[in-house]
Design a protein around this ligand. Structure first.
Ligand SMILES: Nc1ncnc2c1ncn2[C@@H]1O[C@H](COP(=O)(O)OP(=O)(O)O)[C@@H](O)[C@H]1O
Ligand SMILES: [Mg+2]
Length: 345
């Protein structure tokens, strides 16, 4: 097949995405596909250059800190359009579009809706509705509550209404502050004091006006992938210091990850069941990865769902697939085949 791998974009997670995208493209080439890695924001001049096995690999890496998006924009002449020149034409020329984007328009449904409107049906991951529901943590939590999936009590603040006293009364300290629709822990803080809370809200707001303040759940952290409706073995995440923030996620050696997670059979079953309920409640499709914390009382609290989880071979979902006997290249190929089949209807 001819596969466009869409990566990059104008999101704080662009480097993570370019890394996932490069490795996905390489793995798909090794499986016999022709691939072209395209930066969705920068776009391409002319027709895509299809690479086959032996043509050379794609490369990218993630720095310790979030990239400077203004610099990326300046490089493209300050262009406002989020989809660059030639991108939709390239997608149309492909059999499948592998969306390796993270954050912003790639993950919140806007790109999926655009592809739908241009008649491009074979793309990986969830459709625009699932993407939107999962990207917005406030809407996610409303849906989870309706579906009976435990999630931490929270308050949503818009730019006009910070109310520290209300947080203290309804949520308590310590608590977690996060932008409503980011990922990769960008803008997320865990705070202990009122001053830290005020600072953390301002920090989260640097990313977007809507900010969530959530009760801190104390316990063990897990993430669990769903592939084609089936739960993969869960992974336990143990950062060596602090919480699972941007640095602990992407700098090697900062976090211990155990897969399959050491859970009892009952816990593993309850986690898989909760993940499948989240997948259904948010109308997700193809694949997704869902984050939970298990507290001392045995409750799995859902933090969020990721419709486009990290996809380097060392990322959580590929590790889970490997534990289920699905090597990285096969995982990428399965996701492609599911997208292709969906597009035939
Ligand atoms: N309610 C919470 N209690 C404890 N830790 C949390 C809570 N919410 C988030 N965290 C920590 O912050 C990290 C990022 O939060 P998450 O909601 O998953 O957002 P992101 O989309 O940025 O991954 C989690 O992996 C976890 O370590
Ligand atoms: Mg997360």
């Amino acid at each position: 097949m001819k596969i466009i791998v869409l990566a990059g974009g104008l999101s704080p997670e662009r480097e993570v995405s370019l890394t996932s995208g490069s490795l996905i493209a390489n793995a798909l080439m090794a499986r016999g596909h022709e691939t072209a890695l395209v930066d969705v924001y920068e776009g391409i001049a002319g027709a895509p250059v299809w690479r086959r096995l032996g043509d050379g690999d794609y490369h990218a890496s993630v720095a310790e800190t979030v990239p400077d998006l203004e610099a990326v924009k300046a490089r493209c002449g300050g262009r406002e359009a989020l989809i660059g020149p030639g991108v939709l034409e390239a997608c149309r020329a492909a059999d499948v579009v592998f969306i390796a984007l993270h954050g912003a328009m790639g993950e919140n449904g806007q790109l999926q809706a655009t592809l739908d409107n241009f008649g491009i049906k074979c793309y990986t991951g969830s459709g625009y509705i699932g993407s939107l529901l999962a990207m917005d943590k406030d809407i996610t939590k409303r849906m989870l509550t309706l579906a009976g999936v435990a999630n931490a009590p929270w308050i949503l603040f818009d730019a006009a209404h910070d109310d520290i006293a209300r947080v203290k009364a309804e949520i308590g300290l310590p608590c977690v502050v996060k932008p409503c629709s980011c990922g990769s822990s960008v803008g997320v803080s865990i705070v202990e004091t009122e001053q830290e809370l005020a600072d953390a809200m301002a920090f989260a707001r640097a990313y977007e006006p809507l900010v969530l303040v959530e009760r801190k759940i104390v316990g063990r952290e897990f993430s669990i992938g769903i592939l084609d409706g089936v739960a993969l073995p869960a992974i336990e995440i143990i950062p060596k210091s602090g919480f699972y923030d941007y640095k602990n996620k992407y700098q090697g050696g900062c976090t211990t990850e155990i897969c399959p997670a050491p859970l009892t059979a009952d816990e593993a079953e309850r986690l898989a069941d909760a993940a499948k309920r989240v997948f259904a409640a948010l109308r997700l499709d193809n694949y997704a990865r869902i984050d939970f914390i298990l507290d001392a009382e045995g409750t799995f609290w859902c933090l969020e769902a990721n419709t486009l989880p990290g996809m380097t071979p060392m990322s959580l979902m590929p590790q889970e697939a490997a534990a289920a006997g699905i090597p990285y290249g096969e995982l990428c190929d399965r996701i492609v085949q599911l997208a292709y089949a969906k597009g035939q209807h």
